[in-house]
Design a protein around this ligand. Sequence first.
Ligand code: AP5
Length: 190
Amino acid sequence: MLNIVLFGPPGAGKGTQSEKLIEKYNLTHLSTGDLFRKHLGEGTSLGNLAKQYMNEGKLVPDEVVIGMVEEKIKDTQDSKGFIFDGFPRTVAQAEALDKMLSVLDMEISGMIALDVPEETLKERIRERGKTSGRVDDQDEVKIATRIKVYLDETLPVASYYENQGKLTKIHGVGTIDAIFEDISKVVDKY
Ligand code: AP5
């Protein structure tokens, strides 16, 4: 079973590459950002709680995220594995994920970290913001906050997997297909 953490800063291409991975390897896409946006759209209490954090570009509290992921994993039957996109984003989330998976006799196969320069990230997000409708894409301050939160709070998660010998870095600039080819070569070795 393949369980892949696709990692990287906002705008790195996690969502874009996840779509291609789920199709090629028949995996379940678990994007915490997408799940929160779905809750937001449906006006659930979870969505309303997450909204204030997301709109400011800050992280939703760990216990809320972990509970939502646990439920999603339990609700997913007969999966060939998961692409975790935007999760885990803190070391506490990474530890919780390891525990959740070990109960199900599963483990993370590897983390693939997309490496993209900050100016390229900002350009991509600005461009997407024109059509995405995402509040957190609309404002330079929010974009900068998301990148800062990534550097301060999320980057240590890469060391967590590196210490387990599970980290592979991929250059995330170039055509979407060329980057996907590089990712596929890594996944094929898991
Ligand atoms: P989330 O939805 O996870 O957003 P993010 O991490 O900020 O990532 P993005 O969706 O901005 O970028 P991406 O890497 O998926 O890039 P994409 O493929 O779209 O999280 C949103 C918020 O939810 C967080 O700020 C937080 O508040 C909350 N949250 C979520 N998870 C949480 C967690 N675990 N804990 C706490 N809070 C959490 O690509 C970007 C653009 O670039 C697209 O337009 C795409 O078409 C384009 N593009 C992609 N690849 C290329 C390429 N190679 N060349 C040119 N353009 C490209």
